[in-house]
Design a protein around this ligand. Structure first.
Ligand SMILES: [Zn+2]
Length: 83
């Protein structure tokens, strides 16, 4: 899987999970627990995608999360990440 696809998928899951968690503010009290847990699970899936697949395709080292927004080359081997 391409690194760009992994990044887009993980960010989508995290933002979707946060949006679902924000629904806690508008749903009735009886659904708040299930909505909050569902949102949390979706966020965790996004983080797990980053944890397991956010690696350099060349040296297979885990890439840092911080500063990944503008990252163009691997900070460890220097190869182009094609992001
Ligand atoms: Zn690398």
């Amino acid at each position: 899987m391409k690194l760009r696809t992994i990044k887009t998928t993980a960010i989508t899951f995290i933002l979707l999970g946060l949006a679902v968690m924000a629904l806690v503010l508008v749903v009735s009290e009886s659904f708040q627990g299930i909505v909050a847990i569902s949102g949390l699970i979706i966020v965790v899936i996004g983080w797990l995608i980053l944890l397991f697949f956010w690696k350099c395709p060349y040296c297979h080292t885990h890439l840092p999360f911080a500063g990944s927004l503008g990252m163009k080359v691997c900070p460890y081997c220097g190869n182009d990440l094609e992001l």
